[in-house]
Design a protein around this ligand. Structure first.
Ligand SMILES: CC(=O)N[C@H]1[C@@H](OP(=O)(O)OP(=O)(O)OC[C@H]2O[C@@H](n3ccc(=O)[nH]c3=O)[C@H](O)[C@@H]2O)O[C@H](CO)[C@@H](O)[C@@H]1O[C@H](C)C(=O)N[C@@H](C)C(=O)N[C@H](CCC(=O)O)C(=O)O
Ligand SMILES: Nc1ncnc2c1ncn2[C@@H]1O[C@H](COP(=O)(O)OP(=O)(O)OP(=O)(O)O)[C@@H](O)[C@H]1O
Ligand SMILES: N[C@H](CCC[C@H](N)C(=O)O)C(=O)O
Ligand SMILES: [Mg+2]
Length: 494
């Protein structure tokens, strides 16, 4: 990764073992991208230690290598007799994130991050919308890419440092000075956003996911907590959903550091307190309280949990300096986030089809339960679980669906390298009464076909995704489009 400037190692905040301070011409985290004069960050991975590739850095005439003690041991022989500068850091991922931030320079003035198992994309998108409605140039960055006044596609929810800081710098140059970003647990664990100067950080909730990557529930939570105890500066404000039992732990950690908090939720002591919600077919009326003053807003959003996401976004906007009245006035204009409880089709009998990104047991439970008060008839669900991901969540997803839906179709959702039938079997252990329809388009068609007046169908798991990954192949697939096709096909048939 190159930009048209050079910086010395010390200008990147790094000190070499021997007092050399070479000029760096670019940064690489993958040995295959090293060019002469580069700094190669040899980071520990899940499969291999990056230090195994230091020999390529030497061969490519890299100017410097950044690694940890382990890496130094691995590459000791290769490094002997070379004049490459060697930096050994206790936390090389963090040192690299800082270096990448310094390399790319300018960042938007007002960066906010949000973490939690579910709701990050929703909160980041609502926050960007609140800013834009109030005339502020803003973007959200995460699972759905970068959207708003600066747009780009991303491969990860929290991109690796080279991608992240180059976009932040480009945004700052484009005059986009407000950014709401998602902090994934992988991103936090790997210190990807440690070099971002955050004004505020938000916590949505905590439940099971990613136990394939994090060693335990505790390790997964610790990774998330790092946003508040490590990344957010001491003058940063934490905005916390205290309806989630883990919210109290976040507040305790934050208060122990003397940071300010804004609490959100139905909980009596919440500063942004949800008082009442009234649901109908197209949205909800929300009464909430801010500093003793009741507010009533109409939200064109489906799902009770959206109130918590909207108020968390509001709290973050306030924490980042917005006028509360202007924030609240923007709320009725908030638009559904793509693939999150999104109304995508309606049958002539009035039955609605929604697409949602629920792909964890808790999200599925929340999505289905929150649909109930908007629906007079039965709830039908089409869902599956992803391959090469946490296997323990599959049965739990089946159970959650069985508890909250009346008719179930278990189908495929990105089987990746796994046998799709084996994944479905694990899901079906939690909901033996479900219909098993491997082909997702057919499952959606059958789900739509089941709908009677007053019923609703939730197609869960893929949300905004536009592909179905089977093996190494990504087949074009869009739940929203398939739902419209299914409705059209069935209506024409009648
Ligand atoms: C599981 C995971 O997070 N893996 C990350 C990890 O890769 P790894 O552990 O597999 O790396 P490895 O293959 O062991 O290699 C170790 C090091 O050697 C380097 N290497 C490797 C081979 C080579 O020839 N030369 C070389 O230099 C690699 O660049 C790496 O730095 O370190 C890499 C470099 O920092 C990351 O790019 C990579 O993220 C991969 C791409 C990934 O898919 N991550 C996903 C799971 C992720 O981050 N998802 C989150 C959460 C999404 C959600 O909430 O659902 C996200 O933010 O998107
Ligand atoms: N506050 C919430 N509480 C519980 N479930 C939620 C909440 N917000 C969203 N969800 C559910 O989680 C799904 C994903 O929402 P969203 O994309 O906003 O979360 P995310 O944290 O960004 O997810 P990911 O980690 O996959 O990026 C939604 O489709 C919805 O079903
Ligand atoms: N960021 C999540 C998205 C999962 C979406 C679901 N459609 C799946 O493929 O499991 C993951 O990669 O685990
Ligand atoms: Mg997301």
């Amino acid at each position: 990764m190159t930009v048209e400037h050079r910086k010395t190692l010390s200008e990147l905040g790094l000190t070499a073992l021997k007092a050399s301070d070479p000029e760096i011409t670019g940064l690489a985290v993958d040995s295959r991208t090293i060019q002469p004069g580069y700094l190669f960050a040899a980071l520990p991975g899940t499969r291999v230690h990056g230090a195994e590739f230091i020999q390529y850095a030497v061969r490519m005439e890299a100017a410097a290598v950044l690694t940890d003690r382990n890496g130094l041991e691995i590459a000791r022989d290769v490094l002997k007799g070379t004049d490459i500068a060697v930096v050994v850091a206790e936390d090389p991922n963090q040192a690299f994130a800082y270096a990448a931030a310094l390399w790319f320079g300018e960042q938007p003035e007002c960066c906010v991050a949000v973490t939690g198992t579910n709701g990050k994309t929703s909160v980041a998108t609502f926050l960007r919308q609140i800013w834009q409605i109030n005339g502020v140039r803003a973007a959200n960055l995460g699972t759905t890419g970068i959207q708003g006044d600066y747009e780009a596609a991303l491969q990860h929810t929290t991109p690796a440092p080279l991608t992240l800081y180059s976009h932040l710098s480009a945004m700052a140059h484009a005059g986009v000075d407000h950014v709401a970003m998602e902090a994934s647990s992988h991103g936090l664990e790997q210190r990807r956003l440690d070099g971002v100067r955050l004004v505020a950080a938000g916590f949505t909730n905590f439940s099971q996911d990613h136990l394939d990557y994090h060693e335990s529930f505790e390790a997964y939570f610790e990774a998330k907590l790092g946003l508040f105890t490590r990344v957010l500066g001491e003058d940063g404000i934490a905005v916390v959903n205290i309806d989630d039992p883990k919210g109290a732990d976040v507040v305790a950690a934050v208060e122990a550091r003397g940071q300010e908090t804004i609490t959100v939720g139905q909980e009596q002591h919440a500063q942004l307190r949800i008082e009442r919600q009234r649901f109908d077919a197209t949205g909800q009326d929300l009464r909430f309280n801010w500093q003793g003053r009741p507010q009533l807003v109409r939200l064109s959003l489906i799902g009770g949990f959206q109130a918590s996401n909207v108020l968390l976004a509001s709290g973050l906007a306030i924490a980042a300096g917005a006028d509360p009245e202007e924030v609240f006035q923007a709320l009725p204009r908030l638009e559904t986030v793509a693939g999150r409880m999104q109304l995508v089709a309606t049958r002539t009998n009035g039955a609605n089809v929604f697409v949602d990104y629920a792909h964890t047991p808790d999200a599925l439970e929340t999505a289905l339960a929150s649909l109930r008060p908007h629906v007079m008839g039965r709830i039908v669900v089409v869902f599956g679980a992803g391959g090469d991901r946490d296997t323990k969540k599959r049965k739990l997803m089946g159970e959650a669906a069985a508890r909250h839906a009346d008719v179930l179709f278990v189908t495929d959702d990105n089987p990746r390298s796994e046998d799709p039938a084996a994944i479905r079997k694990m899901v079906l252990e939690g909901c033996p009464e479900a219909h098993e329809v491997g082909d997702r388009a057919e499952a959606i068609l059958r789900g739509v076909d089941t709908l009677e007046p007053g019923d609703a169908l939730l197609v869960a798991g893929k949300g905004h995704e536009t592909g179905q990954t089977v093996g190494d192949v990504v087949y074009p697939f869009d739940d929203a489009e398939q739902a419209s096709i299914a409705v059209a096909a069935l209506e024409n048939e009648l």
